[in-house]
Design a protein around this ligand. Structure first.
Ligand code: NAP
Length: 281
C-alpha cells in the first residue's frame, strides 16, 4: 500500500518503522525538516515532503500523528490543497476521539478515528521504536462492517495490535479512567512529594526513590503538551473520573484516620483483585 504519515514523533515514527518492514511504501511529513531527515535516516519513511502541495495524491491511507491540536488543521490542509482522492482513507491516532472524529467526518467522508494504546514517557522522532504497538490494544471508531474502519483495523492488526471497535463517546469515557486519570494522579503524586517542607527529608526521599515511585510517577512525567490537549478535549469525562478518584482516596484516608485496619485491608484486597481485570500480563 502507499501510506502517508503526518507528524513524525514517537507514534508516527514507530508506525513508519513497522509499516515499512511489512513492505508498504511510506512517505512522511512533519513540522521540522530535521525531523523528516532523522525519520528517513532511521528507516521510518521512504521519502518526505515539506509542504502539502507536493504530497502525492494516490495514497491508500494517511495517518495523522501530530499532537491532538494539529490533527484537524492538518486534515483541513489536505482537503483544501486537494491532496485526497475519493477512495483515500484518513485516520488519526489522537488520544481523544469525540472532538476529533466529529470534525474529521465533516471534512472527509472516509475519515476513521483510531487510538493505538501504546507509548512511553518519551516523545519526538528519536523515541520512535520498532514493535511499539505489538500486543497492545487499539480502538477503532466504527463498525467492523464498514470497509473503511475494517481497513484501518487491518493495518493496526498487521503491526501486532488487538483491535476493539467502539463509538467516540464510549472511547472517551473509557480512556478517561485508564489513561487520562492516571496522568493526573501520577502528576499529583510527584507534585505532592515536592510539598515536603524539610529539605533534608526531600533529599532523602529523592535518594531512596526506586521501582514503586518509578512505576507510579511515569505517566505523569510524559509529554506535558499531550496531557494538556487530552484534558481540554476530554474535560467532562476526566472530571467525572477525578471526582470518583477523590471519593476512593477519601474512603482510604478515612479508614486510616479511624484505624479501621480490617477495612483498609479489605479495600486493598479489592484493588489487588481488580488489577488483573485491566491488564493482560
Ligand atoms: P510526539 O512524539 O511529540 O510527536 C508528534 C510530532 O508531530 C512532533 O514530534 C512534531 O515533530 C510533529 N508535529 C507537531 N505539530 C505538527 C504539525 N502541525 N504538522 C506536522 N507535524 C507536526 O507525540 P506522540 O507521542 O507521537 O503523539 C502524537 C499523537 O499520538 C497525539 O495525537 C497523541 O494523542 C497520540 N498518542 C500518543 C500516545 C503516547 O503515549 N505518546 C499514545 C497513543 C496516541 P517536529 O516538530 O519535530 O517536526
Amino acid at each position: 500500500m502507499k501510506i502517508g504519515i503526518i507528524g513524525l514523533g514517537l507514534i508516527g515514527g514507530s508506525l513508519g518503522l513497522d509499516l515499512r518492514s511489512l513492505g508498504h511504501f511510506v512517505w512522511g511529513m512533519s513540522r521540522k525538516e530535521a525531523t523528516c531527515e532523522s525519520a528517513l535516516e532511521m528507516g521510518a519513511i521512504d521519502k518526505w515532503f515539506s509542504d502539502f502541495i507536493h504530497l502525492p495524491q494516490d495514497n491508500d491511507v494517511i495517518f495523522l500523528c501530530t499532537p491532538i491540536g494539529g490533527i484537524i488543521p492538518t486534515l483541513q490542509d489536505l482537503v483544501t490543497t486537494d491532496r485526497l482522492l475519493p477512495q483515500t482513507i484518513v485516520t488519526d491516532v489522537g488520544s481523544v476521539k469525540t472532538a476529533i472524529v466529529t470534525e474529521g467526518e465533516k471534512l472527509w467522508s472516509n475519515f476513521v478515528g483510531s487510538h493505538p494504546m501504546a507509548g512511553n514517557a518519551q516523545s519526538g522522532i528519536q523515541a520512535a521504536q520498532a514493535h511499539l504497538f505489538n500486543a497492545r490494544p487499539c480502538a477503532v471508531i466504527g463498525q467492523p462492517s464498514s470497509p473503511q474502519a475494517s481497513l484501518v483495523a487491518q493495518l493496526w492488526r498487521s503491526v501486532g495490535m488487538e483491535v476493539y471497535f467502539c463509538d467516540t463517546v464510549a472511547h472517551d469515557r473509557a480512556v478517561a479512567w485508564i489513561s487520562h486519570l492516571p496522568v493526573v494522579v501520577s502528576a499529583a503524586l510527584s507534585l505532592a512529594c515536592d510539598r515536603e517542607d524539610s529539605s533534608a527529608i526531600k533529599q532523602l526521599s529523592r535518594a531512596l526513590a526506586s521501582s514503586g515511585f518509578a512505576d507510579t510517577s511515569r505517566v505523569g512525567a510524559g509529554n506535558p503538551e499531550l496531557g494538556k490537549w487530552m484534558a481540554q478535549a476530554n474535560k467532562q469525562s476526566l472530571l467525572t473520573a477525578i471526582d470518583n478518584y477523590e471519593t476512593s482516596l477519601a474512603q482510604l484516608k478515612q479508614t486510616i484516620e479511624s484505624e479501621a485496619w480490617d477495612d483498609l485491608e479489605y479495600h486493598l484486597t479489592t484493588a489487588h483483585n481488580l488489577r488483573p481485570h485491566y491488564l493482560r500480563e
